[in-house]
Design a protein around this ligand. Structure first.
Ligand code: NAD
Ligand code: UDP
Ligand code: UDP
Length: 314
């Protein structure tokens, strides 16, 4: 039995990871400050004696004896990470330093939840890990993008300077149950709007693209990456290459929900990337048998069912 620390464990992705790692027979310590996460996401785990919930902020030092660390703490939705940009970059940078300090002290393996945002508004398409990105260092998204880029640098430097065993996952847009109703990202916004018969808010003309990955595919990618041998540090892209425009996404969600909602157009936020699709050749090669299994319509159907339940219980 391994003892595994998950920071941001009460969030959308973190809660699925806690559940999976408990299921695999591990002891899980979940650290969260509940900024965007909630106890509701992990309610079903609270009775498990091998699950421990700790209210902490990763910008503060944290001491525990663990074998592995998944560092997920950081708001991920533009609405939430731009709410207090200084706190966001502190969370990424100071959180990384503290968790790397912890990993170094106890010789734990540590995985960083990095992001496709390190590629910014990409001039190379699809994005391979070798692409250095096109990021505005002083824009509204910079607190997140540059915080995550700096965290990657810290991970690499703790690895080369201190021999810390690291894994860097560059996660592309992921969606699924346990996204917050008020998360603000496009999939949850569109689903909630469609289910409530409200217009779906398309930012810009809706021609920008994203490639959406269902959360179960990400969780298997993350655990596979953690279990790779010491030579594998990453960065490794984890995403589903199935790309669509926001207009197509809106139409698909209206169709799947059977909603009578229309779409409305709002101004495009600053620095909003025009296109995004992962090149997952490295993940395919290194993570044996890993491949996204759940296509967009299937994943959206599961997610719609989740939000229907959430809305009816509110
Ligand atoms: P989320 O907002 O649901 O989860 C983040 C969790 O971190 C929340 O529970 C929040 O309360 C917690 N948190 C935030 N600041 C903290 C702090 N200072 N101390 C302790 N806990 C803190 O978002 P998510 O989608 O589950 O994202 C999880 C991780 O994956 C993030 O690091 C995010 O950057 C990364 N990621 C997510 C996506 C995606 O599409 N979902 C894509 C790329 C990267
Ligand atoms: N740290 C932590 N938990 C630990 C070990 C370290 O939170 O178990 C923090 C520590 O407070 C420090 C950071 O991690 O601020 C980086 O630690 P490191 O040992 O790399 O640096 P130093 O302590 O020498 O500044
Ligand atoms: N978006 C949109 N309507 C919304 C929320 C987002 O059209 O209600 C757009 C947003 O401008 C972006 C895309 O959807 O082009 C994905 O946005 P999200 O915030 O989900 O993720 P990110 O921009 O970080 O990839």
């Amino acid at each position: 039995m391994k003892r595994i620390l998950i920071t941001g464990g009460a969030g959308f992705i973190g809660s699925h990871l806690c559940k999976q790692l408990l299921k695999e027979g591990n002891e899980v310590l979940c650290v969260d400050n509940y900024f965007t996460g909630s106890k509701e996401n992990i309610l079903e785990l609270l009775d498990n004696p091998y699950f421990e919930l700790i209210r902490r902020d990763v910008t503060e030092p944290f001491y525990a004896e663990v074998d592995e660390i998944y560092n997920l703490a950081c708001p991920a939705s533009p609405v939430h990470y731009q709410y207090n940009p200084i706190k966001t970059i502190k969370t990424s940078v100071m959180g990384a330093i503290n968790m790397l300090g912890l990993a170094k002290r106890v010789k734990a393996k540590i995985l960083q939840a990095s992001t496709s945002e390190v590629y910014g508004d990409p001039a190379v398409h699809p994005q391979p890990e070798s692409y250095w990105g096109n990021v505005n260092p002083i824009g509204t998204r910079s607190c997140y993008d540059e915080g995550k880029r700096c965290a990657e640098t810290l991970f690499m430097d703790y690895h080369t300077q201190n021999g810390v065993a690291i894994k860097i996952a560059r996660i592309f847009n992921t969606y699924g149950p346990h996204m917050n109703i008020n998360d603000g990202r496009v999939v949850s916004n569109f689903i909630v709007q469609a289910l409530q018969g409200e217009p779906l808010t398309i930012f810009g003309d809706g021609s920008q693209t994203r490639s959406f990955q269902y959360v179960d595919d990400l969780i298997s990618g993350l655990t596979c990456l953690m279990s790779t041998n010491a030579e594998v540090t990453g960065p490794v892209n984890l995403g589903n290459p199935q790309e669509c425009t926001m207009l197509q996404l809106a139409e698909t969600i209206i169709d799947l929900t059977g909603s009578s909602s229309q779409v409305v157009f709002h101004p495009l936020p600053l620095d909003d990337p025009q296109q995004r699709r992962p090149d997952i050749s490295i993940a395919r090669e290194l993570l044996q048998d890993w491949e996204p299994q759940i296509d967009l319509k299937q994943g959206l159907s599961h997610t719609i069912a989740y939000f229907e339940k959430q809305l009816s219980s509110k």
